[in-house]
Design a protein around this ligand. Structure first.
Ligand code: GDP
Ligand code: MN
Length: 381
C-alpha cells in the first residue's frame, strides 16, 4: 500500500520532520483559498498527487508565481495521466529556495532482513541513478533493530558521502524520526527525495514517499484510515473484500487456483505447455460461491485471456461443494466468452467432477491433463 505524497507529508509533519507548507486542491476554484493559506513569497510548487514517481519529468511538478499561473497549471495538470493514474488531487506548496538536494531513504534489505538507511549528497534523481552515476556519494547503513540508529555509524557514512558537517545534526535527527515512522507504520520503503538544504541551511523534505506492508494493515488502525481515504487498486480490493490473492500478469491463460504453492506450480506447468499465465489468482482463503464468482469475473474480463483454467485441490474443502459453487458462479456471470477447463481433486472430487461435467464443462482429474487442455484451447480460440 502506497501513500500519496500529501498523506506521507502529514505523517512526517506529525513526527517533527520539516515539510513545506501545503494546501490540497481538487479544482482551480480552490486555488485562491490555497494561496491565501500558503502566503508564500518565493512562488508555489504545484504537484500532481499520483502513486507514481518521476512526476517532475512528465509535467507533474510545476512552479508558478502568480495566481493566474497557478490556476492554469492546476487546470492543465487535471488533464494529465501520469504513470497510468488520472490526476484528481493537486498539492500546492510554498516553494523552498534550494541550496542543495540530498537523498534519504529507508528500505528493507531482503538478504540481511534488516532495515537499511540510504543517504546521498546528490538527491533529486532516482536512487538507482544516483547509484549508477555517483556511487561515491551514496552511503548505506544497515540497522540492527536492537540498537536503532547509531549516530557514529551515520556520521561515518555522511563523512564519506561529503555532506557538509554543519548539516550532520539535522540529518541524523531526521533519520531518527523517519526510522520511528518506519517502525510505527510497518513501512517497507520510506524516501525523502529531494531532502532540500534551504538558504538558511535548514533541511526540508520536499518530496515524500511511503510504502507500507499490506499484511500489517489489519493491526494498525492508523493505516486503515489512510487507506480508506484513497482509491483501492484492483489487487487491494480483491484481497480486502474477497480474500483473493491476485497478481496481474500479461498472458493468455486466466488461472484460478487454490493455494499459493499450487498456483505457482500451475503457472510453471502452463509455461511448460507453451502457454503464459494471465495472472496468479489464489482462491484458497475464500472458498465460497462469491469468491469463485469474483475470481472468474476478474480473469474472464481481463484483456488477452483466451482460455480459463480452474485448478482446485482440497483436503478439508469438499470438492462436491466446489463443483456446485463453480457451476453456480459461471451461470450467474452468464457471458464468459473463453473456454473453461476445470480440474478438481481431493475430498468428494468424483461427485464434484460429475456436477461440473453435467453442467457442460471440461473437467479433469489430473493437473497435467487439465493444463494441456486449457493451453490447447487457448491457442485455438
Ligand atoms: P518526483 O519527480 O515525482 O520525484 O517529484 P518531486 O517532488 O521530487 O519534485 C521534482 C523536483 O522538483 C525535485 O527534485 C526538485 O528539484 C523540484 N522541487 C520540488 N519541490 C521543490 C521546492 O519546494 N522548491 C524547489 N526549488 N524545487 C522543488
Ligand atoms: Mn522526488
Amino acid at each position: 500500500m502506497r501513500l500519496y505524497e500529501y498523506q506521507a507529508k502529514e505523517v512526517f509533519r506529525s513526527y517533527g520532520i520539516p515539510v513545506p507548507k501545503g494546501y490540497l486542491v481538487e479544482e482551480k476554484s480552490q486555488v485562491g483559498d490555497g494561496l491565501k493559506s500558503l502566503k508564500t513569497k518565493d512562488g508555489v510548487v504545484i504537484k500532481a498527487q499520483v502513486l507514481a514517481g518521476g512526476r517532475g519529468k512528465v509535467g507533474g511538478v510545476k512552479f508558478a508565481y502568480t495566481s493566474d499561473e497557478v490556476s492554469t497549471s492546476v487546470e492543465h495538470m487535471k488533464s494529465l495521466e501520469i504513470g497510468g493514474y488520472k490526476v484528481s488531487e493537486i498539492l500546492l506548496e510554498e516553494k523552498v529556495p534550494v541550496r542543495q538536494e540530498l537523498y534519504l531513504g529507508f528500505v528493507i534489505d531482503a538478504v540481511l532482513g534488516t532495515p537499511t538507511l540510504l543517504a546521498s549528497s546528490r538527491g533529486g534523481m532516482e536512487v538507482e541513478e544516483i547509484a549508477r552515476v555517483f556511487p561515491q556519494f551514496l552511503g548505506k547503513v544497515d540497522i540492527d533493530s536492537a540498537y536503532g540508529i547509531l549516530d557514529y555509524k551515520v556520521r561515518e557514512i555522511l563523512t564519506r558521502i561529503g555532506l557538509p558537517k554543519n548539516l550532520f545534526g539535522q540529518f541524523i535527527t531526521i533519520c531518527k524520526r523517519l526510522y520511528e515512522i518506519f517502525l510505527d507504520y510497518e513501512a517497507i520503503l520510506l524516501e525523502i527525495n529531494p531532502l532540500i538544504v534551504n538558504e538558511e541551511q535548514n533541511l526540508v523534505a520536499a518530496d515524500a514517499r511511503m510504502s507500507l506492508d499490506d499484511a500489517a494493515v489489519f493491526r494498525r488502525p492508523k493505516l486503515k484510515e489512510l487507506r480508506d481515504s484513497r482509491e483501492k487498486s484492483l489487487e487491494e480490493y480483491l484481497r480486502d473484500d474477497y480474500q483473493l490473492e491476485f497478481v496481474n500478469l500479461e498472458g493468455n491463460i486466466g488461472l484460478v487456483s487454490g493455494g499459493a504453492g499450487m498456483t505457482m506450480t500451475a503457472m510453471d506447468l502452463i509455461a511448460l505447455e507453451g502457454g503464459t499465465p494471465a495472472c496468479f489468482m489464489d482462491c484458497s482463503a475464500n472458498v465460497s460461491p462469491e469468491g469463485y464468482e469474483m475470481a472468474l469475473r476478474t480473469v474472464s474480463s481481463k484483456e488477452g485471456v483466451s482460455s480459463i483454467l480452474v485448478n482446485i485441490f482440497g483436503g478439508l474443502t469438499r470438492m462436491d461443494h466446489v463443483g456446485e459453487y463453480l457451476v453456480e458462479a459461471i451461470k450467474k456471470i452468464g457471458d464468459i466468452q473463453q473456454p473453461i477447463t476445470i480440474r478438481l481433486e481431493g475430498t468428494n472430487a468424483e461427485k464434484g467432477r460429475k456436477t461440473v461435467k453435467e453442467a457442460g464443462f471440461q473437467c479433469y482429474e489430473t493437473f497435467e491433463e487439465a493444463v494441456k487442455s486449457a493451453v490447447a484451447l487457448g491457442r485455438s480460440s
